[in-house]
Design a protein around this ligand. Structure first.
Ligand code: FE2
Length: 333
């Protein structure tokens, strides 16, 4: 991006986003971004020589791949330009893989991206900042985290597990599902405009406090935050309905009829196919999403028989095919 445009986008981020809200008709090719050849060379040189990849037995080892500004100057420039574009544009981009990397090396790229974007956050009780998304066989209704199931639907933002949520969700596809698992994104501005026009009373309720659990991070502890906040006129969302209902149940504070009606109306907007931009990430692609501005979800998916988790494969030193394997990094600037 030319320097003058970067400056413009940075200015716009404090006021409002520059481009109009998008919907289902967004052109998928228009959100793809490539690293420059120089940046790709830097990444290959760093990862090719990194000891983390010698006999790796655990994907968490990837957290040891530190961002070195001396070694990755162009890579960092590229990411910052993409960040300004996301801020000033659609609030997300999809970054193409770096060619010539092994699967594990490619999985380190989103970790490097996260470090350029800012401070990475802990996502579970084990203290993982590099977080694997895969089907562990549980169900949301039985208390499993959405990210550890093969279930679909339930459009949400990720920043629901802690009161201080975050700017970016970095989502990387290491291996896609055999069937399903397409990503679905919705522009929070489009949803807001729909509610403002067609459901003002429900919109009011969404701006009142709801009860949330520090789910997966500090289970059994709770906080209050609204689903919708207007920050300088821009809608910022925090939403995952299953978690709201579970927190209400756990605390014995049932949702009011008014609250349920507001959630139903929000879900109705989110279920509108005209708002849903659908795409399936290919192996090696990384989506960088402004979490409070874009809702996301997915189709349910099915893994091929005989596929294993990344942990199983690395621990056993197997070359077995993998289940759907995504990784996620939460980042604050
Ligand atoms: Fe999510």
């Amino acid at each position: 991006m030319p320097q003058v445009l970067v400056g413009f986008a940075a200015f716009m981020m404090d006021t409002e986003t520059a481009s109009p809200p998008w919907d289902a008709t967004l052109d998928a090719a228009s959100v793809l971004r490539n690293f420059s050849p120089e940046a790709a060379d830097e990444v290959r040189a760093l990862l090719g020589a990194h000891p983390a990849f010698n006999g790796m037995t655990d994907p968490q080892t990837l957290e040891s791949v530190a961002l070195d500004p001396e070694v990755l100057p162009t890579f960092m420039e590229d990411i910052r330009a993409m960040r300004e574009e996301a801020w000033g544009g659609n609030n997300f981009v999809v970054i193409q893989p770096v060619e010539g990397l092994s699967l594990e090396q490619q999985m380190a790229v989103p970790w490097l991206i996260g470090q350029v974007l800012g401070h990475t956050l802990v996502q579970n009780q084990q203290g993982h900042r590099y977080y694997i998304i895969t089907d562990r066989g549980g169900r949301i209704e039985e208390g499993a985290r959405y990210s550890q199931t093969s279930q679909g639907g339930s459009f949400h933002t990720d920043g629901v597990n802690q009161k201080d949520n975050y700017e970016f969700m970095v989502l990387h596809c290491a291996v896609p599902a055999a069937e399903g698992g397409d990503s679905i994104l919705l522009d929070g501005r489009m949803v807001y405009d729909d509610l403002r026009e067609n459901a003002p009373p429900e919109l009011e309720v969404l701006q009142q406090d709801f009860l949330w659990e520090y789910k997966g991070v500090r289970p059994g502890e709770f906080y209050h935050e609204p689903i919708l906040r207007l920050v300088e006129g821009n809608p910022q969302w925090r939403y995952l309905r299953d978690y709201i209902e579970e927190a209400a149940r756990l605390c014995g504070e049932p949702l009011s009829a008014e609250a349920v009606a507001a959630l139903d109306r929000l879900d109705e907007s989110l279920a509108n196919p005209a708002f849903q931009f659908r795409f399936k990430l290919d192996a090696g692609q990384t989506a960088v999403v402004r979490d409070r501005s874009v809702f996301h979800g997915r189709n349910p998916f099915r893994d091929a028989p005989g596929t294993v988790s990344i942990e199983e494969r690395l621990a056993a030193g197997l070359d077995a095919p993998l289940k759907r394997t995504y990784c996620r990094i939460w980042v604050n600037p």
